[in-house]
Design a protein around this ligand. Structure first.
Ligand code: 3HC
Length: 310
């Protein structure tokens, strides 16, 4: 690569500037962005499935309307992110093929089942809470289209997290059975939620993302921020987080917490979690059954283009 271009690129990054699609960029910068943005998009699209499962079974019209809006938002987030990835020269079809073939990753968290209505509240509170922690720094990432997509996503994510917390607060003011349902969901989702931030920094392979201003805060620092913020919210809710080692460490000014089960993490990332097979089968089914919509849209676009050429 031309050393002058590299020097200019690094200077722009070091000055906190944005790289735009038409700017020169190292191939490795482009590749790591396609990897991260497309997997982020896949996560949004697959993430619609655990919640979509409860739209027809929501306990009230209000909760059904809220859940419908949230799942629709996630689909939109996926489209923004696929569009941001396309500015790097990859096609939408290539990205979908990478997901549907099992080659590409998506966030491990979406491979867990949503067993009760309380899961929907906990997903909003913990999963979207973790996603907000992880996505706010991305609003300042060095690649312009990704940073701008994140600004819109984060505005909608805060509604996602608040509606989840509100749902749980309502249940915690309900019957003992409802309170047990919430605690059971917290027990199942707490550890997978803190795994969302990725491996420990010393096991994080993509050090280039920090060097190039894509990853502004490390996996462990974001995880710690999330734990510290969530402990207080759990106290307000009146639930306990399932970690006996979780306690305030005045010296560190943070909460200590127990060891994460990385075997479980890599087992789920590797495709062997509770719902991996179902999630991909569902996405493949949607792709096949949706082929006629794509063909009709393409045929319509060709007719329109032909009319404009006359
Ligand atoms: N699930 C699946 N794979 C994960 C993972 C997770 N929770 N955490 C890390 N990995 C993968 C990485 O993708 C990488 O594999 P790859 O080389 O094949 O891509 C490997 O584990 C090593 O991890 P690294 O920490 O070295 O990788 P990164 O530097 O890319 O950091 C990340 C991982 C923090 C997830 C980063 O990619 C990131 O910030 N991604 C964008 C944000 C994102 O995807 N957020 C989560 C899903 S979005 C969401 O939750 C939707 C919301 O609406 C609910």
């Amino acid at each position: 690569e031309n050393p002058e271009y590299v020097a200019q690129f690094n200077a722009r990054i070091d000055a906190g500037g944005f790289i735009e699609p038409k700017d020169w960029m190292p191939d490795a910068y482009r590749r790591t962005l396609v990897r991260q943005i497309s997997q982020h998009a896949h996560s949004e699209i697959v993430g619609m499935l655990p919640e979509g499962n409860w739209i027809t079974r929501a306990p009230s019209l209000k909760r059904k309307a809220i859940l419908l809006a949230k799942v629709q938002d996630e689909g939109g987030h996926g489209l923004y992110l696929y569009a941001a990835a396309e500015t790097l020269g990859v096609s939408r079809d290539e990205l979908y093929e990478a997901l549907l073939s099992g080659k590409a990753k998506y966030s491990s968290i979406f491979n867990y089942p949503t067993l009760t209505w309380a899961d929907i509240g906990v997903v909003g509170w913990l999963v979207d809470g973790a996603a907000i922690m992880n996505q706010i720094p991305l609003c300042k990432c060095s690649y312009g289209p990704y940073a701008r997509a994140m600004i819109r996503v984060c505005k909608e994510e805060s509604f996602h997290q608040r509606q989840g917390f509100d749902l749980l607060l309502t249940m915690m003011k309900g019957t003992a059975e409802q309170r047990e349902m919430v605690q059971d969901a917290v027990n199942r989702w707490w550890w997978p939620s803190i795994m969302m931030f990725g491996p420990h920094d010393h096991d994080s392979v993509h050090t280039e993302t920090a060097r190039w201003g894509i990853k502004r805060i490390s996996n462990d620092d974001l995880r710690q921020k999330f734990v510290d913020a969530t402990v207080k919210q759990a106290e307000v809710l009146g639930v306990t987080l399932p970690d006996p080692a979780l306690k305030w460490n005045a010296e560190r000014g943070h909460h200590d917490f127990g060891a994460i089960d990385w075997d479980e993490f890599w087992n789920v990332v590797g495709g062997h979690g509770p719902c991996n097979v179902d999630r991909l089968a569902e996405r493949r089914r949607a792709w096949e059954e949706g082929a006629w919509v794509r063909e009709a849209a393409l045929a319509h676009a060709e007719k329109q283009a032909a009319r404009e050429r006359q």
